[in-house]
Design a protein around this ligand. Structure first.
Ligand code: ZN
Ligand code: ZN
Length: 252
């Protein structure tokens, strides 16, 4: 084979491999020939600053007077189990169609794009977490939901983050033990009641005295994160932190 043909072949293989990992359309606006979000969409992503967000539900954009005891008004009367929960981006702008494509149209390749956004946020805003965390655990879905969808978004994203920061990953420790009504139809406190005792840790010996980071895709009231944390603490863990890709406002 001629050397130029070899180079051509190798570059096609490399492009094919890249295409397996990263999509070549922008997940926000579907512009072609971009890796991840295009520049225009990237500029519209709304990053959440950890310092000015509620430490319980990840809500952003509040003045320091409204955040009392590190919690926003909606969280003052809720007994959250997480030591701290944070969100990387607001569920807004080009992130919305991108997440819909990822979760509901099974564009699994977008996992790598979202994982990199979360890695960037952690590196900039929460570098202190990595000395504190013993394990990363994904928020679980019921097995039938995973079967229907064909993949498990929080598990995929958490696996990439764990490997990037070399933190042990436990994808099979926390289980959803009963189906629950879709959270989207419920309001505030109903979401917490709907999920109560819906999750369970099967191997408690792993968690004794450990500090665990739970990773999920989208957070609204923090009810799912809270139920994950309750089960992990029942399993003997010392502290639970939470991180989600996107924070959706309660009014949605
Ligand atoms: Zn775009
Ligand atoms: Zn809050």
């Amino acid at each position: 084979m001629e050397i130029l043909q070899r180079i051509q072949l190798l570059s096609e293989i490399a492009a094919g491999a890249l295409n397996l990992v990263f999509p070549t359309r922008c997940p926000g606006c579907e512009r072609i020939d971009t890796v991840g979000f295009c520049q225009d969409c990237r500029r519209m992503l709304e990053w959440i600053e950890r310092k000015s967000a509620c430490q319980r539900c990840g809500a952003s954009g509040m003045s320091s007077q409204r955040i009392r005891g590190n919690a926003c008004p909606a969280c003052h009367n809720r007994n959250y189990k997480t030591t701290q929960a944070a969100a990387v981006l607001k569920y807004s702008g080009p992130l919305v169609p991108a997440i819909i494509r990822w979760k509901y149209r099974n564009q699994e390749k977008l996992t790598a794009v979202f994982a990199e956004l979360m890695v960037d946020w952690i590196t900039m805003q929460a570098p202190d977490w990595w000395e504190k965390i013993d394990y990363i655990v994904p928020a679980p879905h019921h097995p039938s939901t995973v079967r229907n969808r064909g993949f498990n978004p929080p598990e995929e994203i958490a696996g990439i983050i764990a490997s990037r920061f070399a933190i042990p990953f436990l994808p099979r420790i926390l289980f959803k033990i009963r189906m629950t009504a879709p959270q989207v139809r419920l309001k505030g406190d109903e979401r917490f009641a709907n999920l109560h005792e819906s999750m369970h840790v099967f191997d408690k010996s792993m968690l004794e005295g450990k500090r665990v980071l739970i990773i999920d895709d989208v957070m609204t009231t923090g009810a799912t994160m809270n139920e994950c944390a309750r089960a992990i603490l029942c399993g003997g863990a010392e502290k639970v932190y939470g991180l989600v890709l996107a924070r959706q406002s309660d009014s949605h």
